[in-house]
Ligand binder design. Sequence first.
Ligand code: FAD
Ligand code: NAP
Length: 538
Amino acid sequence: MGAALQDDQFDAVIVGAGFAGLYMLHTLREHGFTARAFEVAGDVGGTWYWNRYPGARCDVESLEYSYSFSPELEQEWEWTERYAGQPEILRYAQHVADRFDLRRDIRFDTRVQSAVFDDATTGWTITTRDHDGNERATHSQFLIMAVGCLSSTNLPEFPGRDSFAGASYHTGTWPHEGVDFTGKRVAVIGTGSSAVQSIPVMAEQAAHLTVFQRTATYTVPAHNRPLGPDEVAEVKANYRALRAANRQMSGGFGAWFPRGDGSAAEADPAERDADFEARWNVGGFTYLGGYSDFLLNAASNETAAEFVRHKIAATVHDPETAALLMPSHVIGCKRLCFDSGYYETFNRPNVSLVDVSRQPIEEITPTGVRVGGVDYEVDDIVYATGFDAMTGSLLKINARGPAVSLQEAWEAGPRTYLGLAVHGLPNMFTISGPGSPSVLTNMITSIEQHVEWIGECLIQLRARGLRRIEATEAAQDAWVDYVNMVADMTLFPTCNSWYLGANVPGKTRVFMPLPGFPPYAEQCAAVAANDYEGFALA
Ligand code: FAD
Ligand code: NAP
């Protein structure tokens, strides 16, 4: 490994050039492996390349949502806001690519279509297709999937969808040149995080904005603001300690909010409400930090949910609209949203809300959206309908092991060992794959942990002259049982979230991520220390 670089033969092929692919490429090169990354987009950045909708922004503090692997990088980069906006995060990804000279090993505008493992050569043959339709084969010993958990858009198959005569957009593939909604009647379908961020901004432009809501959403103010030079300097002076602390936190972030423990249900109601109020005023994920049992105890959860419903009632003037905006599911079991004036937006005269929970969208007509026989005429439609999360982009690649394809292996839902490997697909790794904490964390923290684990694994294999690694079926079965057991201890499985695949019709209902980052990272380290227990090495 590491020798004889040819243009079609590498130690590893990496699929994707978001934060996972970039760091994987850098890590492999640092360790003397040859690697090539393929990226369907025209540049690096992944999520932050694609999601350019108005208001797109991170909801993990920017000083934490950034790589920790290079102390020089973290000292030289200047974040300007508490929560970085999409353009700034994209610039950061581009800076990383330039600083570590990564672009020379990335082929952009190139989609990985299929990958076939050959036991005779213990390697993968990867077929790519570029922008101009040229297909090409590349060979590598290892295949590393850095395809992203939220990179395959979900566009519902509404009858008549393609008949719409106006312009349609999906938040996850937003035009680079931006969209001017001035004077337009706009429909937004969906009320998840992307909608919550974009609706207040679009409402300021549009002549009229009609929001189609299937499930009301819990959102907490983000309270974004510029970062002051003193607070940045303080973090930079103690960055190593902050990063180490992040890795011990259940979500891989949260240095700025005090965490309480104990049960919300058992707390004194006045004290509990004061705590909610204080956290509401700080903003962001801190809201669910006051007690430790929000996602374990339905009665505790209800206290946090009810507080948000009171806030909605106090904010939204029209009682009918306020009632429609009040969610009834468990708070946090769908991803909590963070906003800048979301509920307030429904007080605007140019914004209306249509409930599509009981009467679904019937049809998209050439002139708009039809619900319950009523036509809502619009000029533009914005689909804020989310993603085929965690498995979508993996299953679009036709990856085939010696006896089974990924599609066959995952027919009844995703099955992995540690969220890192799949039995039947040797020498393939999945970064932030199903069965790992991934989307329940600050994803840069969990991406770094996966990349470093994979990098170390390849070093060990090389040192020992081993060419093949595959998760055993028994280890994978035990891991899947473990992930299900942990998820079932929580309230997560109680609502129709994308964590469960419930947003995509026909998708198998399996809780895909694993709650709890630090114990997971310890398990991964223990597996490696124990001679890659649960893997067959050859
Ligand atoms: P991605 O950034 O998705 O990159 C994967 C890349 O792989 C993409 O560029 C894609 O084009 C490419 N690709 C996929 N399939 C192929 C193929 N077959 N061939 C070639 N290329 C392929 N996480 C947080 O922790 N905090 C946040 O606040 C946060 N906000 C988010 C906001 C939005 C709008 C979205 C959509 C996600 C957000 N996330 C957030 C999650 C975010 O996806 C991760 O934080 C992180 O950016 C993922 O990096 P990645 O490299 O794993 O995946
Ligand atoms: P999402 O959370 O899945 O929201 C999609 C919305 O579309 C939901 O309201 C959903 O309703 C609705 N929808 C889907 N199909 C529909 C249909 N057939 N008819 C009517 N409505 C339909 O997607 P997202 O908002 O793009 O966010 C996805 C994830 O990306 C987030 O959870 C988060 O992890 C990440 N993200 C983060 C941020 C951030 O703040 N940093 C911003 C954007 C995204 P149901 O709820 O009823 O399914």
